[in-house]
Design a protein around this ligand. Structure first.
Ligand code: GLU
Length: 475
């Protein structure tokens, strides 16, 4: 049997990080077994589904590098087929018309509340003939679920989960306006799409019991199920925005690389010994359902940052530059940058990239640390740099004149001059280099100082020093 998984988001919001992980697990499992991952947009909630959300989900998946097989299936477009299955169940006596009014249902809920038990439909139309139907009530179609025995889900992650059928009421398949319920639509679609493995969040575990009853009523095979524990925040509470429950596109804008996010997500709830770093190929080879943990994974931003730093250092310079250019329209303006780099700045960034990528944990940080390459004179020093320069300004006295004498401007020649200067005034190199860096880059950290001076060139270096050393500081 060849494996078919599916990712089935509801387009009521962006692709959030938990959805990204569900998609990744489905994708990996399909790849691992040479199968397919299908994509189904569950847009049956017409009020809450939006085109913008569909767009964001597709973009998010593409950006994460998670491709799907075949065309996207839109659940709403299959409503006629869902209705047909409800009619079939009706014809087979596995479902029935229920004419209970809103008021009757409310009374059942109220009675349950009073007795402190969960509310369930009491089955009053199960065996009643529709000829007894009251005037003017449009019926719903309900599943005639078994009232005795158990419904069992043999879950690949949760193990054997058992429900007593007496606790599960007859669920609605078709609403009185003829629209299918979510429960029916999911089962019919998964069946028709040939899904063999349903991998999703464990908030759907109870639905799995309900859905199993529909499969059984239709005499269809129940797919294998794997319900993954949800992601929690570092404090153990359910993941919220405050913890990083953001849309995948927010991670892109924050400067994370898809390869890093994939690696981070695969370890959220799944493990393979102690291994933390996985190339995509390695995760495909190693992925399985049995090593998905049963307790909620905790979201850890610091770990994501470290992984991202790791993958940035591994990325080639051009790839990084392009990843920056992709988010530049979003992050450029507040840094005084246009939405594209000029060819000259591009050149400078590429030249400086080996040093820049060593330090940065994300692309935004990298762009900030490259400030010296695109800063307009006089530079605006940040707080730390202002402090360093204030402290070290006196140690730079006379250095401009010495640098002016350098004929061949390169990192060796400037280093020689700066070292001589430090020797001459009897301080360590760092005591000169720090204020110098502050004046030239506006920051307390930067790639190697002599490389910075080389990339800036002699004129720009001297002008920046003059800006900061003569007269009032610009910051
Ligand atoms: N559409 C559901 C959701 O977004 C998922 C349904 C399923 O995976 O069965 O939560």
């Amino acid at each position: 049997m060849s494996v078919v998984t599916r990712f089935a988001p509801s387009p009521t919001g962006f692709l959030h990080i938990g959805g990204g992980r569900t998609a990744l697990f489905n994708w990996l499992f399909a790849k691992r077994h040479g199968g397919k991952m299908l994509l189904r947009i569950e847009d049956t909630d017409r009020e809450r589904s939006t085109d913008a959300a569909i767009e964001a989900i597709l973009d998010g998946l593409k950006w994460l590098g998670l491709d799907w097989d075949g065309d996207v299936v839109y659940q709403f477009s299959r409503a006629a087929r869902h209705r047909e299955v409800a009619e079939t169940l009706l014809a087979q006596g596995r479902a029935y018309y229920c004419y209970a009014t809103q008021q009757e249902l409310e009374e059942m809920r109220e009675a349950a509340r009073k007795e402190g038990r969960p509310s369930r439909y009491d089955g009053r139309w199960r065996d009643r003939d529709p000829s007894e139907a009251p005037e003017g009530v449009k019926p719903v179609i309900r599943l005639k679920a078994p009232t005795e025995g158990e419904t069992v889900v043999e879950d690949e992650v949760q193990g054997r989960v058992v429900w007593q059928n007496k606790d599960l009421d007859d669920l609605v398949l078709l609403r009185s306006d003829g629209t299918p319920t979510y429960m029916l639509a999911v089962v019919v679609d998964d069946h028709d799409m040939g899904v063999t493995h349903v991998i999703r969040g464990d908030d759907h575990l109870t639905n799995a019991a309900r859905q199993t009853q529909i499969y059984q009523a239709m005499g269809w095979d129940v797919p294998k199920m794997a319900h993954i524990p949800l992601i929690h925040g570092p404090d153990g509470a359910k993941l919220s925005k405050r913890h990083g429950a953001l849309g995948v596109e927010a991670y892109r804008s924050m400067g994370y690389l898809p390869v890093a996010l994939r690696n981070y997500l695969v370890r959220l709830g799944w493990s393979h010994g102690d291994q933390e770093i996985f190339s995509t190929e390695e995760m495909i080879q190693a992925f399985d359902l049995k090593n998905i943990g049963r307790s909620p994974a905790r979201f850890d931003f610091a770990k994501l940052e470290n992984l991202n730093g790791h993958y940035m250092r591994l990325s080639d310079d051009d790839t990084l530059l392009r990843a920056i250019e992709a988010i530049l329209p979003e992050i450029g303006a507040e840094r005084g940058l246009a939405s594209t780099f000029s060819p000259e700045l591009r050149q400078k960034l590429l030249a400086a990239m080996p040093g820049l990528k060593e330090r940065a944990k994300n692309l935004v940080e990298l762009v900030d640390s490259a400030y010296y390459l695109y800063a307009q004179r006089p530079l605006k020093l940040d707080e730390k740099a202002t402090g360093l320069l204030a402290d070290g300004r006196a140690r730079l006295a006379g250095i401009v004149e010495k640098l002016e004498t350098v004929a061949e401007w390169n990192s060796q020649s400037v280093e020689a001059v700066v070292r001589e200067h430090a020797d001459a005034i009897g301080v360590k190199l760092g005591h000169v280099a720090q204020p110098l860096r502050a004046a030239l880059t506006g920051r307390a950290t930067s790639p190697g100082l002599f490389d910075v001076m080389t990339v800036l060139g002699k004129d720009e270096t001297l002008s920046r020093l003059q800006d900061q050393l003569s007269g009032a500081p610009a910051a």
